[in-house]
Write a protein that binds this ligand. Structure first.
Ligand code: HEC
Length: 227
């Protein structure tokens, strides 16, 4: 090997080792090595779900301020939904008096109500609403009242909503399964089953009021949904 060739080889090896040293300096396995203007790659903004030293719990993601309501809360699952009536006997009675179905009765809502009923209620309440769902028939569950029996034949829709929202005794809350509109749609179907059972015609929307949740003044409190 000539002297010239040897010095070229030395220079190349030195350059190679040098570049290895430079590029292997970072502890971050994702780092591409020497970076020009690293702020451009790793901004000072916090990453969602990342770590933050600013907050005591070290989490960068924060919960919404208490009482935050999503803009389209009527369409979303109702975790942040305002509901004015507390989960007490007084709240139940007040809902029965003040809470009306805001949906204008339509065949579409009734059909949706039937579907919701089939998915979430039929196994206890039965296809006809007589309280003989499959769980009751198979002795897995007892004490489901008929919608047209003495206890429920005059039950106002506000109380139905209240019970669907919070649950009542052996019936659990359905607030997290069905949203605001869906609750009122299924109530239409329950009312139809009750009217059929009583041999009456289902109520029309003569009771419908445009207020979406109770009365405007009553919606002052955001109640957590009971799980
Ligand atoms: C696990 C069985 C079960 C399921 C599922 C169920 N219910 Fe009930 N439901 C009951 C029982 C039991 C009662 C009687 C509660 C009481 O008064 O003690 C009841 C009561 C009711 C009442 C009367 C409420 C009142 O205020 O007296 C309505 C209305 C009702 N259910 C509607 C529904 C609807 C609508 C669904 C589906 C979204 C549903 N239920 C799902 C078991 C169930």
């Amino acid at each position: 090997m000539t002297k010239n060739a040897r010095s070229i080889l030395y220079t190349l090896s030195a350059a190679f080792i040098g570049s290895m040293i430079v590029t292997s300096c970072s502890n971050n396995p994702l780092s591409p090595g020497v970076e020009y203007a690293p702020d451009m790659y790793r901004g000072p903004a916090l990453e969602a779900y990342g770590v933050s030293t600013v907050f005591g719990d070290s989490m960068a993601s924060r919960k919404p301020v208490a009482g935050t309501i999503p803009r389209n809360h009527a369409e979303t699952l109702p975790f942040y939904e305002p509901y004015a009536y507390p989960n007490t006997n007084e709240g139940y009675e007040a809902a029965g008096l003040g809470l009306k179905n805001p949906l204008v009765a339509s065949a579409e809502d009734l059909a949706k109500g039937e579907k919701i009923y089939t998915n979430f209620c039929i196994h206890c309440h039965g296809a006809k609403g007589d309280g003989n769902g499959i769980l009751v028939e198979r002795d897995k569950f007892a004490g489901v009242p008929s919608y047209y029996g003495a206890a429920l034949k005059d039950l106002p829709e506000g109380k139905m909503y209240h019970t669907i929202y919070y649950g009542k005794n052996m019936m659990g809350s359905h607030a997290s399964q069905i949203n605001y509109n869906e609750r009122w749609q299924v109530i239409r179907w329950v009312q139809k089953l009750r009217a059929d059972g009583l041999g009456q015609s289902a109520p029309s929307d003569s009771t419908a009021s445009p207020a979406p949740v109770a009365t405007a003044t009553a919606v002052t409190e955001i109640l957590p949904v009971k799980k």
